[in-house]
Structure formats: structure tokens, C-alpha cells
Write a protein that binds this ligand. Structure first.
Ligand SMILES: Cc1cc2nc3c(=O)[nH]c(=O)nc-3n(C[C@H](O)[C@H](O)[C@H](O)COP(=O)(O)OP(=O)(O)OC[C@H]3O[C@@H](n4cnc5c(N)ncnc54)[C@H](O)[C@@H]3O)c2cc1C
Length: 491
């Protein structure tokens, strides 16, 4: 969260009262993924409605670094290891295909979203990681992609080896979404500030309970990052959540490249011209279930920013993304006419655009050669089973830790936990010594919550739901508040 460089571009749409009670396609979630599906379906004869619990584009899409690149860390060697060469190659093709859809849309509709074509680099700053860059070079060569090994980046930055490709891009994702909204607004009903709460099926139709009443739909597309309902054996167990921190600051001049390091600690660099030139720098990534000291992590990134660029951040924010254990996004039907798009593995610009195309082809019954690649029902590969067990164990570990260990020293008397009648409550004491009491239990899957000092929110370390200090839900997958009605006995 925090204040990202794209947030100021988020629009407030005029909201009608919801009157779409019986529709063909309900899209839940107005990030790049949900809006791309609405865009692809706009010319069908289907009655389409999209609901968004906040403002369109205000989720991960407004917190991203906005690179549109097929050079994604060492994805192609990794995919070959986990699956095989053919799957790796098909993934590459899918990313090139999505990049082309974006480029074509921008050209066709004359979209102003600060799209700039530039070079992408992956780079190592440690000797022992050089072989990984060679691996990616070799596999790209086998896939007929031209790339080049170089010894440094176009800026002064710790780097001993790098791989460069061309024909990639950067853009402002929120501006892009805004233009798509203008294109689809007469064909798709869009409702902001409507949260999906529950989903059931009756006589072949889905009934979605929302904060604005029930909606009945033939198809439901869930593009909420983490689905707001549990899909047994699927989402919680095939994915984990990674959180990262980001800063941005004015610089004298932009550069025409973007870069990401490989190795244990990943740093990402891009530039943006927003009347004045900016550098955007991301890093300090970690599995969300492994750390709760978000404020400290943000500080560490800011120290690195100062050390490397001699800059203090003007914008600072954090973001989390869903990561799949087998490295492929999850896009497609989880049961009849119920479709999800998630787990973009921190490459959700291309993959959101791709998911829009795949999902519209599923609904319109068109062929699409990528449907099987991202099928949510695919089997977990044997090579990945160990990871799956480790991830399940660590999810279980954090679940237990949040129950047992409230990290008293970390909370420094600003946060208290009390147990009354077998129920746990969290109390945040603000600077004016006011107490803000919430139920310390995430309604999604019953994890206990941790207090996030950076954003002053209660966060679920298991699946990423977030609540404000008074218990209002501000981020899913949870759809429900953790407010406490009777606070008299709690202190
Ligand atoms: C540090 C970092 C950097 C990244 N940089 C890049 C990059 O350079 N390039 C790239 O390709 N990808 C990048 N990504 C990944 C990318 O930002 C995300 O994958 C992408 O934005 C996800 O888009 P989305 O539409 O799925 O999710 P979102 O944008 O989060 O949209 C989901 C929407 O659903 C809404 N919602 C949630 N629950 C409900 C509900 N119950 N009812 C109604 N609405 C609901 C939310 O409010 C939200 O607006 C990065 C990720 C990280 C962590």
C-alpha cells in the first residue's frame, strides 16, 4: 500500500445503483486482469457486468512497476526444469502474444499511457549467479530469441554480468485501464465500491451476494488476485504470496531500459517520465508468511536506495502478488462457468492481458492454444511436489505462529492482544492513546492477524487480507469486516 506513483491517475467513476440482477457474465475485480476480460468481451452479445470493491485499478495494478517484458528473471530455464522445454517455449510465446495485444490496442485506440519501448535486462551482482544468466541466454537462443550478454547496465549499479533483450516496454497501467474503461463503458456495466461476499450455485446459475444485493449470472470471472472464496485443494495450496517494497524519486534524466536482478535478493529498476523524470526501484521481496516486520523491510529498501542512487524516496509503497508453485499463472475454469485469473508470479501486466483473451475465448467457445497451459486443474508436477509440501508446512507454521506468538517486543506496547471467553482481540493504541479494538481472526481461513506499522492496518500473513484499524476490510480475499460491536469488556 502506501502512496504509489500511479495512484493519482485512478479515477472515480459515477456509480449508478446496481440494477444488473440477471446477467450473462459477472466479472469480479477491476484490476488489469478483470478490465482486460471486459474489454475482450465487449463486442459479444453478452450482458456483462463488472464489480470492484474499491476504485477501478486501485489494487495491485496501481502498485506495480509496470514493465511489459518477456524477460522475467530466469523463467525459461526454471520452467524447463519444473516442466519441460515445450512448456517453457509456449510460455514465452504467450508473453510475446500478450505484449503484442497491448501494443496493438495502444496503436488502434490511440491510448495515451506513457508506453515506451525499451530494452530489458536481467543481471547478476554476484559471481556465483553468472551461470544462471548464461542458462537463460542459451535457452532463449534455442527459442530463436536474440539476446546479448553484457558486463554492465547502462547506469552505475552493482552488476557483473547481464543479459539484454529488445522490443520490451514500460507503461502506466492505470492510464491504460482508464482508456479501456472509456472504450467499454457503453457495453459493460461497471460498478465501483461493490464487494462480492459469497458465491453459490442454483439451477445452473451462480448467485453472488454483494454489498449491493445479489447478482445472478451464468458465468462468473474472479479476477480479485486471491479469490474471495476457498477452492479446496487449489488456490491456497498451489500458491503462496510474495510481498515487495517500492520507492520512486525524481532524477535529472530518464534512461531507456528496465532491469531486474537475479539471485537471492531481487532489485528492479525502471524509469518513468511523468512531466518530470522518475526512477522506480523495487526490492526486499519475501514470502509474506515468513516476515511481519514490513516497516523494517521498507526502511532497508530506502537505505539501499540512498546508498545506490543517493536519493530519498518521494513515493513509497508495498505490494504483494500471488505466486504459483509450478511457476505458471492460474487462468481458466475451476468448475463449470466459474473462471479465475490469478498467480501471475509478479508478471501480471502481460499475464493480465493474456488472461483477458483466454477467458473471453473460454466464454465465447473460441480456440485458444494457451487454455491448457494455464488450466487451474493441471496436476502439480512431481518435481514441484517437494515445494508444495514445504509451502504447505510454512503456511501451517505461520498459522500456528500467529496463534501462539504475538511478538510483544516488536509491538512495543502500541499493540495488545487479549483473550476473552476464548476469543482473541487485537488492540491498537494510537498516538493520542485512543484504543482501536478488532477481532483478531481473519474471516477468510481463520488465521490470526499481525499489525502492520507501516500502513497502520491489520494484515493476514497467510493469504494477504487487510483491515483498517477499526476492522473494516480493505483488501481481500476476505470479504468481511473484523469490527467488534460490544467493546465494553475489552481493554
Ligand atoms: C514488486 C512488484 C512489482 C511488479 N512489477 C510488475 C511489472 O513490472 N510487470 C508485470 O508484468 N507485473 C508486475 N507485477 C505484478 C502485477 O502488478 C500484478 O500481477 C497485477 O497487477 C495483478 O493484476 P490483477 O488485475 O490480477 O489484480 P488487482 O490489480 O489487484 O485487481 C484485483 C481487484 O479486485 C478487487 N477485489 C478484490 N476482492 C474483491 C471482491 N471480493 N469483490 C470485488 N472486488 C474485489 C480489488 O479491489 C482489486 O482492484 C509486480 C508485482 C510486484 C509484487
Amino acid at each position: 500500500m502506501g502512496n504509489s506513483i500511479w495512484k493519482k491517475n485512478i479515477r472515480q467513476l459515477e456509480n449508478d445503483k446496481i440494477d444488473e440482477k440477471n446477467i450473462d457474465v459477472l466479472i469480479i475485480g477491476g484490476g488489469l486482469s478483470g478490465i482486460s476480460t471486459a474489454f475482450e468481451l465487449r463486442n459479444s452479445n453478452l450482458n456483462i457486468c463488472l464489480i470492484e470493491s474499491n476504485n477501478i485499478g486501485s489494487g495491485a495494478t496501481s502498485l506495480t512497476t509496470g514493465k511489459v517484458t518477456y524477460l522475467q528473471n530466469t523463467i525459461y530455464t526454471d520452467l524447463e526444469k519444473v516442466h519441460n522445454f515445450d512448456i517453457s517455449k509456449k510460455y514465452l510465446e504467450s508473453q510475446l502474444y500478450a505484449s503484442k495485444i497491448l501494443k496493438d490496442n495502444i496503436k488502434k485506440y490511440n491510448i495515451n499511457c506513457d508506453y515506451i519501448q525499451n530494452d530489458s535486462y536481467i543481471f547478476s551482482y554476484k559471481q556465483e549467479d553468472k551461470y544462471k544468466i548464461d542458462g537463460e541466454y542459451n535457452i532463449l537462443k534455442k527459442m530463436n530469441i536474440k539476446s546479448q550478454i553484457v558486463n554492465k547496465l547502462p547506469i552505475q549499479f552493482p552488476c557483473n554480468y547481464a543479459l539484454k533483450v529488445s522490443d520490451t516496454a514500460v507503461f502506466n497501467p492505470v492510464k491504460y485501464i482508464n482508456s479501456l474503461i472509456d472504450i467499454i463503458k457503453n457495453k459493460v456495466k461497471i460498478y465501483e465500491h461493490v464487494r462480492a461476499l459469497k458465491l453459490t450455485k442454483e439451477n445452473g446459475y451462480y448467485i453472488v451476494n454483494t454489498t449491493s444485493g445479489n447478482i445472478k449470472a451464468k458465468y462468473v470471472v474472479v479476477s480479485t488476485q486471491y479469490p474471495f472464496f476457498v477452492i479446496p485443494g487449489l488456490i491456497p495450496f498451489k500458491t503462496h504470496i510474495e510481498k515487495s517494497h517500492v520507492v520512486a524519486s525524481k532524477i535529472p534524466k530518464t534512461k531507456t531500459f528496465n532491469a531486474i536482478s537475479i539471485g537471492k535478493q531481487t532489485y528492479s529498476i525502471r524509469y518513468y517520465n511523468d512531466k518530470e523524470p522518475y526512477i522506480i526501484f523495487a526490492g526486499e521481496s519475501y514470502k509474506m508468511s515468513n516476515h511481519i516486520d514490513y516497516e523494517q523491510r521498507q526502511k532497508e529498501l530506502e537505505i539501499k536506495f540512498k546508498e545506490l542512487f543517493n536519493l530519498n524516496p518521494e513515493y513509497r509503497w508495498s505490494i504483494h502478488d500471488i505466486t504459483s508453485n509450478d511457476l505458471l499463472p492460474i487462468i481458466g475454469e475451476v468448475s463449470d462457468n466459474l473462471i479465475v485469473s490469478t498467480a501471475f508470479n509478479k508478471w501480471g501486466m502481460t499475464n493480465s492481458i493474456l488472461s483477458g483473451k483466454i477467458i473471453s475465448d473460454i466464454i465465447l467457445k473460441n480456440d485458444n492454444k494457451y487454455i491448457s497451459l494455464f488450466n487451474p486443474k493441471r496436476k502439480i508436477t512431481i518435481k514441484r511436489t517437494i515445494n508444495f509440501v514445504v509451502d504447505t508446512f510454512s503456511a501451517g507454521k505461520i498459522f500456528l505462529l500467529t496463534k501462539l506468538n504475538k511478538n510483544k517486543s516488536f509491538y512495543n506496547d502500541k499493540v495488545k492482544f487479549v483473550n476473552i471467553g476464548g476469543k482473541s482481540y487485537g488492540i491498537y493504541i494510537d498516538n493520542k492513546k485512543n484504543k482501536h479494538i478488532v477481532r483478531n481472526l481473519c474471516p477468510h481461513m481463520k488465521c490470526s492477524l499481525v499489525f502492520n506499522f507501516m500502513d497502520k492496518t491489520w494484515d493476514c500473513p497467510c493469504h494477504g487480507s487487510r483491515y483498517d484499524i477499526d476492522g473494516n476490510v480493505i483488501k481481500g480475499p476476505s470479504s468481511f469486516d473484523i469490527k467488534v460491536d460490544n467493546k465494553n469488556n475489552i481493554n
